[in-house]
Ligand binder design. Structure first.
Ligand code: SUD
Ligand code: ADP
Length: 270
């Protein structure tokens, strides 16, 4: 079976408090980016052991640390599976706040559930995904949603961005998530994200924020410059995604901006 784990962006991201377990409570809207995706294939393997291979972008760290193999190990805790041949073609830049590793992990859970008729419910898959990372559960249902808690408590939202153009600009900078959280001073805002998003998109620039931006922009002015350039090019709203380094803009018309050759650019109509 082949699946296409996709990226996400965060529309607003408030880090509201630090928890006793060291994690942070957040409020954010996750929005899937369907056309920026990896390719993940799993088939039965005739040999005795699993074989895992990758192509495309070279992921840092040993292959055994890949979240796909961690997802496989979790499923094997509750169901026997034959030896597998697994191939990941990596296209989503990582360390960019686009959640590609988390998407791979959750799509692996969903793929195995379907391919081997495990009948695990959506809720069970979300709980398993939460053991792999705070960002993983959202990729089980994979639709726009308001998230609270550590990013895994979901409420439905009434938000349509269809017909807007999305441009994501990814500079060659990796921002480690744990490091980004360690530089944050949590703050409980007066207005909830839900309130802010219910206002017209023209108001978002002044009201909707990503709490990681100030510390990340201070360390990497190049990322702030991308956001400013997106606004100069007519973006209705522009922001960093997650803990960066990707920055996205929402436009009425297809943006034709030229960017540095070493940036990865993704443009799609939502
Ligand atoms: C910031 C966000 C926003 O969507 O996305 P990315 O920028 O990574 O895409 C997420 O909260 C990232 O979630 P995820 O990347 O899954 O985090 P995890 O692997 O579970 O945790 C990595 C580290 O980040 C910190 N962490 C993560 C989530 C959270 N709510 N509070 C935290 O303090 C912890 O220090 C943890 O050890
Ligand atoms: N399948 C995977 N794809 C990408 N990164 C992975 C994967 N498995 C483990 N990782 C590790 O997770 C880190 C964060 O990746 P990712 O979730 O894509 O980015 P971000 O946290 O910025 O959204 C990578 O730097 C890498 O070390």
């Amino acid at each position: 079976m082949i699946v296409f784990p996709n990226a996400k962006i965060n529309l607003g991201l408030l880090v509201t408090s630090k928890r006793p377990d060291g994690y942070h409570n957040i409020e954010t809207i996750f929005h899937p980016v369907h056309q920026l995706c990896d390719i993940l294939e799993v088939i039965d393997n005739d040999e005795k052991e699993d074989v895992f291979s990758t192509s495309g972008l070279v992921i840092d760290g040993p292959a055994s640390d890949n979240l796909i193999l961690k997802a496989l190990a979790l499923i094997r805790e509750c169901a026997p599976l034959p030896p597998l041949k697994i191939h990941l073609h990596k296209k989503i830049p990582f360390g960019a706040g686009l959640g590609g590793g988390s998407a791979d992990a959750s799509f692996m859970l969903k793929l195995l559930n379907e391919q081997y008729h495990l009948n695990l419910s959506t809720r069970t898959l979300e709980l398993m995904a939460a053991r792999l990372g705070a960002d993983c559960p959202v990729f089980i249902e994979n639709k726009p949603v308001l998230a609270r808690g550590i990013g895994n408590e979901f409420s439905p939202i009434n938000l349509s961005l269809s017909h807007l153009w999305l441009q994501i600009v990814i500079p060659p900078i990796h921002v480690p998530t744990a490091h980004a959280y360690s530089n944050i001073s949590p703050f409980q805002p007066e207005s909830s994200l839900e309130d802010l998003l219910s206002r017209p998109i023209e108001n978002w620039k002044a009201t909707l924020k990503n709490d990681f931006e100030s510390s990340v922009f201070e360390r990497y002015p190049e990322i702030m410059a991308i956001k400013e350039h997106l606004y100069n090019q007519g973006a209705l709203y522009a922001a960093m995604s997650g803990s960066g380094s990707a920055v996205f803009g929402l436009f009425k018309n297809k943006p034709e901006t030229e960017w540095a050759d070493n940036y990865v650019i993704h443009t799609e109509q939502l």
